[in-house]
Write a protein that binds this ligand. Structure first.
Ligand code: EPU
Length: 336
């Protein structure tokens, strides 16, 4: 088990925020996890599990233990002519896995191309983009339960997957260290082109493949989300808010241009990006913080922002949206 004290997290978060961990432990094996548990003085401290740091905002140093997930490995568990089950260690880079699948024509994951983060985070966060969601392809999740000190397995149907949420963000928050995620992918490719203007972007191709989907989606993302190496960011800062149909209908009488997306439970999703955009924030710069030029949902670090500055700025945005539309924006980013 490798551990450090007073460890810099500067290179370990895509917001490029300066922060330190009081104790930092790299978890590269189950025995590293067991070693951590045996050391009571660490185990009893507050803990934070860090993947690739692409959905986190550090607003101060972390007084406790940061467990850096370094678990790696990919294993095909079962395969037939229709489907394939692949078990992937939680510390693997999610997009490397998507690329591996696209190259091998393991299908149903290609629209999740270009998302930074780990395989573990795909389950915690139920990541989604361009019409696909991790919950549609996750079969089960294996995790170390810090309360029972046992390795446990949970099937996808018990993970309480919802929009950007799962059991790991609620009941099992800070109690579970995800070890692996098993995905079930299809062998036959059916292009998912229903999202936004994807069909339009793809119309030049007579035949679609997972690799073409991947390339197109990465190009679209890159147009909207700045490269974090240039402008630190964590993708969408807020979740798209959900409101009832009645409230939406009332809102539409005075805000006619609002885009509404009906969802299964009868409610309506609004686009947080559009709400922020309509409040006039897109592309603005304020001190060390700003908003991306092509996507109002992305808050950017213009250079030397602190986590607190970004948080204060985000609250200002949420306040404006609340005042104009009466809608509460909730962060999608994990604020520490
Ligand atoms: N829109 C605006 N102005 C903006 C941004 C968006 O009017 O500044 C409008 C667009 O015209 C579009 C609608 O809002 O009609 C939706 O925009 P977009 O397709 O860019 O998607 P989003 O809802 O803003 C979500 C995810 C993204 C994901 C994209 C694509 C959330 C919080 N965000 O963004 O995920 O890549 O859809 O599927 O659900 C992330 O989670 O970090 C992330 C980037």
């Amino acid at each position: 088990m490798v551990f450090y004290t007073d460890y810099s997290l500067d290179q370990l978060n895509t917001f490029n925020i300066k922060a330190k961990a009081e104790i930092f432990i790299e978890i590269s094996s189950i025995s590293d996890l067991e070693g951590y548990i045996r050391r009571k003085k660490y185990f009893e401290r507050p803990r934070f599990i860090l993947g690739n740091g692409s959905n986190v905002l550090f607003t101060s140093n972390f007084d406790g233990v940061v467990l850096k997930n370094c678990l790696s490995g990919i294993e095909v568990l079962a395969e037939n002519e229709d489907e394939i089950s692949i078990k992937v260690a939680s510390g693997e880079n999610f997009d490397n896995f998507v690329q591996y699948c696209a190259k091998n024509r393991y299908c149903g994951i290609e629209n999740l191309s270009g998302i930074p983060g780990t395989v573990g985070a795909s389950a915690v966060q139920n990541i989604g983009a361009y019409g696909q969601e991790a919950s549609q392809i996750i079969e089960c999740v294996e995790y170390y339960n810090f309360e029972t000190c046992q390795i446990e397995n949970i099937k996808a149907q018990d993970c309480k997957f919802e929009y950007r949420s799962s059991i790991f963000k609620n009941e099992l928050k800070d109690k579970a260290f995800i070890i692996s995620v098993t995905y079930k992918l299809k062998r036959k490719f059916e292009a998912c082109v229903s999202y936004g203007n994807l069909a339009e972007l793809l119309k030049e191709y007579p035949i679609l493949t997972p690799l073409i989907m991947r390339r197109t989606i990465i190009a679209t993302r890159n147009e909207k989300i700045p490269d974090f190496k240039e402008f630190g960011n964590a993708g969408s800062f807020f979740k798209n808010p959900e409101i009832t149909k009645t409230i939406a209908d009332k809102l539409l009488t005075k805000e006619k241009d609002l885009k509404t997306f009906p969802i299964k439970n009868g409610n309506v999703k609004l686009s947080a990006g559009q709400l922020i955009d309509l409040c006039g924030f897109k592309g603005i710069k304020e001190g060390n913080v700003g908003i991306a030029e092509n996507q109002a949902l992305v808050i950017i670090n213009l250079g030397n922002a602190t986590g607190k500055e970004i948080l204060t700025f985000s609250k200002k945005i949420a306040k404006s949206v609340k005042e104009r539309f009466g809608v509460k924006l909730e962060p999608e980013v994990c604020i520490i």
